[in-house]
Write a protein that binds this ligand. Structure first.
Ligand code: NAD
Ligand code: UGA
Length: 443
């Protein structure tokens, strides 16, 4: 099938490349001319394992193209995906201006019947707004140029996006007509050969399914972080508790790892947007508000531990703190809402110097913070430790899990670690003379 994807961010680029990979003829269009130029030069603007290969082989095969030409993109295909950003506006609601701008573009250039697929994460009722925008733009042309608006939310995770897209747990299709369902069935047929993963539903339920999934996962994280804080105060070990509750298949082991709070471009904004949707219709949703509040507090806990260890915020002035891990999670260079940012900014505020290392997010961090006297991006994980007063682990990259502790001890001024991801064994560190703080375990 011929497909057009609006937006070449994490979702649009992965969707376009993977749909080309299973045999479709895909055009990806973006308003960011620089991004399209980089893609056309064979450069992938994001760090996403495996994506470069999928893009390269499909560009070479002629099944994947990148353009800024909207008219060409609209005329290319019967199916038009909207995969642009839906960032929060000042009120916390999802800002639909990019989604509706795409709807307008499609409407303006529409020459025959189209299926418009909303893949961006959008509040319930957005597909109706897309439909209204299309009708509005089509004006008098609307009667013979019919269209469908489908909700097809995306569930991929950054860092595992290609694999998640090619092997989805489920494909959610919210559609109102048989025609739209048939088109979507044909489009996703290559993913359903071993067993049918598609769940068809009405459009509003599909839109809400996406928010419910992210809010449920965020709830699990805030819950375990709440229990971790209790465990610390009560002298229990959250890692034992995690294993103990995860063994119950009704709870399961996924998404109950305690840490520094969830970050990324999705959970924070989606939980906030769901809360906003509830308040807009006059529904009090205390659980959703609590998930967000617990998470915001969790992001500050590591700074509080550092500050209290050194004897208060003012004692941090002039100290050097090494930070391992900057990205909001491993295997990505995405720094959006990363807990490391909350820590680093609090350390600066207290007058400390930060020396940081991340396997892939250094360039992105440099872009965000620029040159500062109190910030050094180290060339590797060990050189980040040179004469630092403490090490803080913010992201659980594989390469941090089994370091050379002797070399670390030689480089650091003090054998002191604050581990925000529980990647080290407390007994071993204690035995070797380290002072070790982690999450949900007594120091
Ligand atoms: P992103 O910010 O990485 O990319 C969005 C892209 O859309 C940008 O390249 C931007 O230039 C482009 N764009 C903006 N307006 C445009 C227009 N009018 N025409 C064409 N292109 C336009 O965003 P993302 O992370 O890919 O997220 C996109 C959507 O998917 C969001 O709603 C997000 O919540 C959702 N989502 C994201 C993920 C994820 O892991 N990042 C996973 C599932 C769902
Ligand atoms: C998340 C969802 O997992 C995807 O299914 C969804 O499609 C996506 O949001 C989205 O809607 O954009 P992502 O944000 O890429 O994906 O990353 P996750 O792996 O879910 O991690 C999110 C945050 O939660 C990270 O900061 C991570 O460190 C934290 N986390 C995760 C924990 O603190 N504990 C856990 O047990 C799991």
């Amino acid at each position: 099938m011929r497909l057009t994807i609006f937006g070449t961010g994490y979702v649009g680029l992965v969707t376009g490349a993977c749909l080309a990979d299973v045999g479709h003829q895909v055009v990806c269009v973006d308003v960011d001319a620089q991004k399209i130029a980089r893609l056309n030069a064979g450069e992938i603007p994001i760090h996403e394992p495996g994506l470069e290969d999928v893009v390269a082989r499909n560009v070479a095969a002629g099944t994947l193209e990148f353009t800024t030409d909207i008219e060409l993109a609209v005329s290319h295909a019967q199916v038009q995906f909207i995969a642009v950003g839906t960032p929060p506006d000042e009120s916390g609601a999802a800002d639909l201006k990019y989604v509706l701008a795409v709807a307008e573009s499609i409407g303006k250039s529409m020459d025959k019947r189209k299926v418009v697929v909303v893949k961006s994460t959008v509040p319930v009722g957005t597909s109706d707004k897309v439909r209204a925008k299309l009708r509005d733009v089509l004006g008098g042309r609307g009667s013979d140029l019919d269209f469908d608006v489908v909700s097809n939310p995306e569930f991929l995770k950054e860092g595992a996006a290609v694999n998640d897209f090619l092997k989805p747990d489920r494909i959610i299709i919210g559609a109102a007509t048989d025609h739209a369902r048939e088109v979507m069935k044909e489009l996703y047929e290559p993913f359903n050969r071993s067993h049918d993963r598609t769940i068809y539903m009405d459009v509003r339920s599909a839109e809400l399914t996406k928010y419910a999934a992210n809010a449920m996962l965020a709830t699990k994280i805030s819950f375990i972080n709440e229990i971790a804080n209790l465990a610390e105060l009560l002298g229990a070990d959250i890692e034992e508790v995690r294993r103990g509750i995860g063994a119950d298949p009704r709870i399961g082991y996924h998404f109950i790892y305690p840490g520094l709070g969830y970050g990324g471009s999705c959970f924070p904004k989606d939980v906030q947007a769901l809360g906003r949707t509830a308040s807009d219709i006059g529904y009090d949703a205390p659980l959703i508000a609590a998930v967000e509040a617990v998470n915001n507090r969790q992001k500050t806990t590591i700074f509080d531990k550092i500050s209290s260890h050194f004897g208060g915020k003012s004692a941090l002035a002039g100290k050097t703190i090494a930070v391992w891990g900057l990205a909001f999670k491993p295997n990505t260079d995405d720094m959006r809402e990363a807990p490391a940012r909350v820590l680093i900014e609090a350390l600066w505020d207290a007058g400390a110097k930060v020396v940081a290392y991340d396997p892939v997010a250094m360039a992105e961090t440099g872009r965000i913070y620029g040159q500062r006297d109190d910030f050094v991006l180290a060339k590797d994980k060990y050189s980040a430790l040179e004469d630092a007063d403490a090490l803080v682990v913010c992201t659980e990259w594989q390469q941090f899990r089994a370091p050379d502790f002797e070399e670390m001890a030689e480089r650091l001024a003090t054998k002191l670690i604050f581990d925000g991801r529980n990647i080290f064994a407390p007994d071993r560190l204690k035995r070797d003379g380290w002072t070790y703080f982690s999450v949900g375990r007594a120091p």
